[in-house]
Design a protein around this ligand. Structure first.
Ligand code: ADP
Ligand code: MG
Length: 213
């Protein structure tokens, strides 16, 4: 079934799925962050998405996808902490702004949402592709989403393309030396380890695709 657009139910399902996924992968993200950081990324993200989950039912009737994304942003900013909290918070805030007032998101709106999220992270954290950060998952995701959209893919396929590219991007951080965040203190010792924020991005975007499937 080809879907033309995604509404508030999708945004809610995305966040429910992301909360479940970050909880399931908490230990894995802790391990990745222990290898090249301070070991808190799994806890930070699980705590943040659990807080989001607890607030979703309190959204007003008639909430738009942008309202969901804005609630996610403010909740992540106040609960995640570390480097990732403000970065993901900014991502969801910019994503919300990109689709403000739109009830049904078509593939163009989904690309705009993802692009705004990535741009927000880059503006806030100043990382470039190849710096071994979450940008290395977000940027290929945005590029793949746009390529899928321009070849006529439906919204679900656009999100699957984004999720696949984010997963590949996260894996591709393994051989890199980090140039931003705590892992940058390690120099060559970060080589051979996957960036935890790129991995959590891949999980979050997979949840977005699964919610649309
Ligand atoms: P902290 O590093 O403060 O302990 P987390 O462990 O929650 O915070 O998050 C670490 C992740 O944040 C990294 O794996 C990386 O993906 C991301 N990150 C750190 N600094 C930046 C930055 N300047 N730009 C983009 N992402 C960053
Ligand atoms: Mg950490």
């Amino acid at each position: 079934m080809s879907r033309v657009a995604l509404g508030t139910e999708w945004a809610l399902d995305w966040m429910r799925g992301a909360a479940a996924s970050l909880s399931d992968h908490r230990a894995e993200l802790v391990r990745l962050d222990r290898e090249i950081g301070d070991g808190d990324h799994g806890e930070n993200m699980d705590r943040g998405l659990s807080a989001v989950l607890a607030k979703l039912d309190g959204l007003a009737d008639g909430a738009t996808p942008a309202d969901v994304l804005k609630l996610v942003a403010t909740t992540l900013i106040s609960t995640v902490g570390g480097a990732a909290g403000p970065l993901y918070g900014t991502a969801f805030l910019k994503a919300s702004g990109a689709v403000a007032g739109t009830q049904e998101l078509d593939s163009g709106a989904v690309v705009a949402l993802l692009t705004a999220a990535r741009d927000g992270i880059v503006t806030r954290g100043k990382a470039e592709p190849g710096d071994k950060t979450m940008v290395d998952a977000w940027t290929p995701a945005v590029d793949a989403a746009e390529a899928a959209r321009s070849s006529g893919a439906d919204v679900a396929a656009v999100l699957t393309a984004a999720a696949d590219a984010a997963a590949a991007g996260a894996e591709a951080t393994e051989p890199l030396v980090a140039r931003k965040g705590r892992a940058s203190y390690l120099g060559e010792r970060a080589v051979g380890h996957r960036d935890p924020g790129a991995q959590s991005t891949a999980l979050i975007l997979r949840a977005a695709a699964e919610a649309a499937a």
